[in-house]
Design a protein around this ligand. Structure first.
Ligand SMILES: [Fe+2]
Length: 347
């Protein structure tokens, strides 16, 4: 996909190639088979958006980070030249400003920013919590929900009307000094340009940032347990993203709503807990991440299966990221880990 952008000035006017900073994740556990639980809200709030991003789980296909930025980006712009970014807004609201226009965001929004898109995050307040996934292959909606022409099919759990597309294009016809921080091959480069990056007077094409609220995901339910792909929201060649939204439980009279214990041989499973009660666990905190690696079985905690019997619905809200290649655990992740999690299925 591509877009054509009509700039007021040449977008190539480099004034200075400035300092660089190494953004390579610091991996603590390269080969992991341990089920882990990270207490995400323990990530320390940090003023700057880029400095606030703390890698948690990474592999050669994606980096999963948590961030608690306090301040809006006002004195620089950012471009990720390595990957698409999917930012899930757990707390906070504001405006994503891009070359193609603005997207207001709030609690529950996914923001998808294609690689190469220059942007700024502007927050309404200081209490912001974000789950950020960088993908080194493009992020799309699931192909099976689109027809030959790209239109979403009627059984898709979301539709075009749900997308928040860029609006209020503001053309900054300004010359001066504008710093764009560009992430490329894990190095952050500071490049000063002579023209404002948001000097676009119009654009057309299919490559643009958009928002989608998890609250607009319409869950698909069944009489008996349906597997995780029915929650799928995004896909890449290397991982999928699913949304667990409030929904009716399985309605067969003998259905047991809690999931059964399972081995994901084909993917590592990351679950990010957003809101509500969770049927499979007794000790859930908001902002918590669990990692269940491929090759080891996981399932409901003692008592959770029995407790789920007869329940009609759930108000759980969660984001799941299933990566096809194993995830590595960073130094920052170990800093917020609950070391006892791996024993939590013992009675
Ligand atoms: Fe699972």
């Amino acid at each position: 996909m591509s877009s054509l952008l009509y700039h007021t000035h040449r977008p190539t006017m480099i004034k200075e190639m400035g300092p660089t900073r190494d953004l390579k994740p610091v991996v603590a556990v390269e080969k992991n088979i341990t089920p882990r639980r990270l207490l995400g809200f323990r990530v320390t709030p940090t003023d700057d958006f880029l400095e606030s991003r703390k890698y948690q789980l990474v592999n050669s296909d994606c980096y999963i980070s948590l961030a608690a930025p306090r301040k809006s980006m006002t004195d620089y712009f950012y471009k990720n030249a390595d990957g698409d970014e999917l930012i899930f807004v757990h707390r906070g609201s504001g405006t994503l400003k891009t070359m193609l226009g603005n997207i207001p965001f709030e609690y529950g929004d996914y923001l998808l920013i294609p690689r190469g898109m220059i942007y700024q995050m502007h927050f309404d307040g200081e209490d912001n919590r974000l789950l950020i996934t960088e993908s080194f292959t493009p992020i799309y909606t699931p192909k099976r929900y689109r027809n030959y022409f790209g239109q979403l099919l009627e059984h898709s759990p979301f539709c075009e009307r749900d997308y928040k597309i860029p609006q209020d294009l503001q053309t900054h016809d300004e010359l001066g000094e504008f710093v764009v921080k560009v992430k490329k091959q894990d190095i952050l480069h500071e490049i000063t340009y002579a023209s404002h990056p948001f000097d676009v007077i119009g654009w057309d094409g299919y490559n643009y940032p958009y928002g989608f609220s998890i609250h607009n995901f319409e869950p698909i339910t069944g009489r008996v347990h349906l597997p995780p792909p029915i929650h799928q929201t995004f896909e890449t060649d290397r991982f999928v993203v699913c949304s667990f939204a409030p929904r009716l439980y399985d309605y067969h009279p003998l259905a047991i709503p809690a999931p059964y214990s399972h081995s994901n041989i084909d993917s590592d499973e990351v679950l990010y807990y957003v809101d509500g009660d969770f049927m499979s666990r007794n000790d859930v905190e908001h902002g918590m991440i669990t990692l269940h690696p491929a090759g080891i079985v996981h399932g409901p905690q003692p008592g959770a299966t029995e407790r789920s019997i007869g329940k009609k619905e759930t108000n759980e809200l969660a984001v799941m990221i299933d990566t096809f290649r194993p995830l590595q655990v960073t130094q920052d992740a170990l800093g917020i880990e609950d070391p006892n999690y791996k024993y939590s299925w013992l009675e």
